[in-house]
Design a protein around this ligand. Structure first.
Ligand SMILES: *Cc1c(COP(=O)(O)O)cnc(C)c1O
Length: 410
């Protein structure tokens, strides 16, 4: 490996046979699985990430895992023993969460467009519904009246600020998420008349942020807003979800998030603001990508090697139908390569510059564009790193009707 190797690649163990995952050489793992392509998630890397979070975040923080980042049941089952809660976004994610030992009261359901059937299931299960609109609030109330079960709810707030440098912003301005902050006093007055167990607030502003200073600033603003809303709340706040949005480094100039900095700032916020004024609040940080993203790899096999007008192509049995994000999401403005390696030739000298493509009939099916690699041949395994989150389930697996990739937790 050269000194330019992406830290995500360098953090994996290797031996002469190539990449090791949970101590097992990649080719042996592929033989056990029986076919390529596949996703493999390493539980020890997930556990290490949780320990790292626990070391730096205040001990009072409840760590919730956002299941949509990676809903593989084995992953969620494993996660249930090491996190404090789950965030779900659909009825099936709710079922996956409730199939684990996690208590229902530590599962929360956020997301716009919850159907009446989903709301009814959530109420029956006793999980916390994060209300996304006033219409949703009234539908919950109707269901409560029909069933006689008192719903447990929190209000998702669309803040009056937005977090800068998030790859995906979900708050500030006009949004389909949450209820506008300025509407909250009126909504609280209405909730007070309804037979609902209002627990508190959820304020989530964005995703994939690598700037610790901006994340800390956002958390400060989030707490300031929560305290303002708590002042007009008819009930003491028992649930305060501060969101998350912690990013991971995908591209060459991305720096890993400065977690100790965020931890320090959160210690201060808790000690000086939250604990004195909201002593009953369970303070939650919900993360998906940061917990699982770096624990997973996508593996496909070279089925053809060809040259076209001076450019070498490694043609694989994988592609954008399995790993959409690595291909650039159907054309992002500037396409950049995910960290990639020849998993069967990890410590070999870099000898050529190649493009790695998938088996779909579209030029967008590009997994890596002109990357320096050791010489790979038909049969070698290609590894795309940083694939543990928003991989399999965020890809159009039905496109071109190839088989879906398998998934394993090692
Ligand atoms: C998607 C989502 C998350 C997880 O985001 P990550 O960037 O994967 O950490 C957390 N909370 C809510 C409300 C979400 O919609």
């Amino acid at each position: 490996m050269s000194e330019h190797t992406h830290p995500a690649i360098a953090s994996f163990e290797t031996d002469n046979a190539g990449l090791l995952l949970g101590g097992v050489p990649l080719e042996r793992l592929a033989a056990r699985i029986g076919s390529t392509p596949f996703y493999a998630y390493d539980r020890s890397r997930i556990a290490d990430r949780i320990s790292y979070l626990r070391r730096h975040l205040p001990k009072q923080i409840h760590l919730s895992y956002a299941i949509k980042a990676n809903p593989m049941p084995a992953v969620v089952q494993y996660m249930s023993g090491i996190v404090d809660g789950f965030d779900v976004a659909s009825a099936l994610e709710m079922k996956t969460a409730l199939d684990t030992p996690m208590e229902a009261e530590k599962v929360s359901f956020a997301g716009p467009g919850k159907t009446t059937a989903e709301l009814a299931q959530a109420i029956a299960a006793g999980i916390v519904i994060e209300i996304e609109s006033e219409g949703e609030m009234r539908r919950i109330d109707d269901l409560a009246n029909e069933t006689g079960i008192r719903p447990r709810v929190a209000i998702r707030v669309n803040p009056d600020f937005s977090v800068k440098a998030s790859a995906m912003r979900m708050g500030g301005g006009s949004a389909q998420f949450g209820i506008d902050a300025e509407r909250i006093p009126a909504v609280l007055a209405e909730v007070k008349q309804l037979d609902m167990d209002l627990l508190g607030f959820h304020i989530f502003s964005g995703s994939q942020n690598l700037r610790a200073d901006l994340l800390a600033e956002c958390q400060e603003q989030t707490v300031a807003l929560a305290l303002q809303l708590a002042d007009v709340s008819p009930i003491p706040i028992r649930h305060l979800n501060l969101g998350g949005g912690f990013g991971i480094p995908y591209f060459p100039n991305d720096e890993p998030l400065d977690l100790p900095f965020i931890g320090d700032k959160l210690h201060t916020l808790l000690a000086e603001q939250i604990e004195p004024r909201l002593p009953d609040a369970r303070v939650i940080i919900e993360l998906g990508r940061y917990i699982v993203g770096e624990a997973g790899i996508y593996v496909c096999r070279v089925v053809d090697r060809k040259e076209s007008r001076g450019q070498v192509y490694l043609v694989t049995d994988g592609g954008l139908h399995h790993q959409l994000a690595a291909s650039g999401n159907f054309g992002q403005v500037i396409r950049r390569n995910y960290p990639v390696a020849v998993g069967t030739k990890m410590n070999w000298d870099v000898e050529e510059t190649v493009s790695i493509v998938g088996c779909l009939c579209t030029p967008l099916d590009l997994l890596a564009d002109k990357v320096p690699l050791p010489t790979a041949n038909v049969g070698d395994l290609i590894v795309i790193f940083q694939s543990g989150a928003y991989g399999y389930t965020a890809s159009p697996t039905a496109f071109l009707s190839h088989p879906s990739p398998l998934e394993v937790l090692v």
